[in-house]
Design a protein around this ligand. Sequence first.
Ligand SMILES: [Zn+2]
Ligand SMILES: [Zn+2]
Length: 776
Amino acid sequence: MIQRQKILITGRVQGVGFRPAVYRIAQALGLTGFVYNDTKGVTIELQGQEEGIAEFLARLQSQDKPPLADLKTCTVTELPAVAGEDKFIIKTSDAEGSALSQVTADIATCNDCLAELFAKENFRYGYPFINCTNCGPRYSIVKTIPYDRPNTTMSAFNMCDKCAAQYTDVADRRFHAQPVACGTCGPKIWLTNSKGKTIQTGTEDTIVEAARLLRAGKIVAIKGIGGFHLAVDALNDRAVKRLRQRKKRDHKPFAVMTDSIERIKKYAIVSESAERLLKSPQAPIVLLPRKEDSAIAPSVAECVDTLGFMLCYAPLHYLLFAQGLEVLVMTSGNVSDEPLICKNQIALERLGCIADAFLMHDREIYRQVDDSVIHFIDDKPVPLRRARGYVPTPIFMEINSLKDIFAAGADMKNTFCFVKQNQLICSEHIGDLEDAEVYHHYIDSIEHLRKLFEVEPKVVVCDLHPGYLSTQYAFSITDLKVIQVQHHWAHIASVLVEHGLSGPVIGIECDGTGYGTDGAIWGCECMIASLEKFERFGHLAYYDLAGADKASKEAVRPLLSLLKKSFGKDFQPSHFDWFLERIEDEPNNKSQIANRKSQIILEQLDKGINCVKTSSLGRVFDAVAAMLGLGSYNHFDAQLPMALEAIAADGIDEYYDYEFIKEAGEPMQLDLSMMFRQLVDDIENEWDASILSAKFHNTLCIALLAMAKQARESTKLDTVALSGGVFCNRYLTNRLIQQLRENGFRVLFNREIPSNDGGLSIGQAAIAAYLTSCDV
Ligand SMILES: [Zn+2]
Ligand SMILES: [Zn+2]
């Protein structure tokens, strides 16, 4: 019997070749009807035999599903059959209301394209820009909407007849693949020296020569999908050190790339879920436990026990590795903390003093997009940096915002976010706004993303910190009232919205710094939080931090303050013979200077000069790392905390003592003075630092668990949401999650966005969306 059904599909179904796939299956099964995109997803009306429709649904959800599609819901309703319909068609979206989003993320080379790349008989054999509907650049090449070839940087290239035939054939894998190209009609590669003089042309010769330079230990700047990488042989320690020195990046770990999982397994431990992630269309950098006998040059990643590996994700990468390369350092092509470079001329100007050669191409990158970085918490992938492969894919909310919203984010690890209806459209990782170029990039990026998604913000939301550049920017763009959201509340809100909740929950934030409602710098908080409001339930007891901005780099500042708090007013660093030797490795800081400096800081603390009160947990990590002799200066964000985590011994359950201070009408305070006194004893008894690190982490877990229990007792809530930058620490987070679960809590943590400040804009946006929709 002939039936007609209306099928509504939501999820990631636009811009992923979904409608052509629907068309192909309907054609094959002799079904009639139509398909179109609308604001909710994809709508299909399908007519034919009952079995045909059933098979259609089965195939659409399994073997014929486009690789990039992700079906969330599929709702089917019966309709009366339509007489005289004789074919299946793809309707344009416009006729049925505007579609959700047309621009998708940049996607790693798919297996079909990879097979063609190395198939001699294929006309794209060895072509470094092969791509199809299921792979290739998207977000990084779009200038404006609609997402059509003339609006991308591919407009510079006219398709040859062969490419055009595929592009216009609905049955072809390259149907409407905007960047489709071949060796005859598409972009080309060439090699230049560090001054920009062309030293090699021709695809094959260029790749052979670039690979030869890399094998010889040279630094080659390689233009990729989202920008330039600086590449060097990762097994050659001298070459890696030269890159470090030239890049002025003394300590931060470098990411590495290779072309197969088997090769990665030679150097790192790859779990099944890590393997899936490495091979995923997003192809992120995945932090993996490093094998002890790994041949990767030590200078690739010092002071950490992980390696950040990614698989090749552009055809050009595969062609290079096919020349017999083993593992390459592939670090962002920029100078220190400036934005990633994506233009040929700027690369030559800025990176000419770093790279020995440039592997160039003429497909313009319109938007620079960094590689994404993912690690595992509770055996689940969690981003540390959300960028290429993930952006601009929206995150969906349960609530529907009545107004478009702009959320400005934080100043460190900035991302910003737009709200449109039920979508959170979060930008790629922008960086630290205090760098002037990053700030300009921030402003440009806001306008670009706003146009791509046709957002007209009527509500602006930002952090509470009056000194944040993002806050000042938010106030500068509107005459309307700006919603200011406390930093840690936004962190918890980001967890809530990701899980489709509005709260209240018990929120635990472990963080570096965030401006508090009392003007203090918060950073270790327990709050009862919903999307509507929050109440501070407890926090780390305040300590004074001298020297404002310097305090986040120089561990001696929190260390002196915390020791003084623990040992009393008369504390002197000279009481401890380990003290000065452990804080003298700051730049240009010899021990006499260290001693004099300590005295100045102590005097500042005594007199309260240039001091702020803080409950920052990040600074406690800095202090403990310095006590354990792991260094006393953060050359990059969280260097000392990462070093402290890396040495924590497994199998230790001991912890130090702590106490809670409770004053009437005030939030409870966690005091770590006893821990510091016991830690000093352990140091003087020359206990192994790895054991002390574990005991320190364990103390925080047990104390935070105790605080959560108190919160549960007083509120009857039993869901805990964890967020904040310190929860990038795997030892702490995994242990705390386990202990909370053992004690009957339901535990939520960030899954799709970072728990560090890179996720803050999402939380701000969620709160603003909730407050606006509910008109609270
Ligand atoms: Zn492909
Ligand atoms: Zn062509």
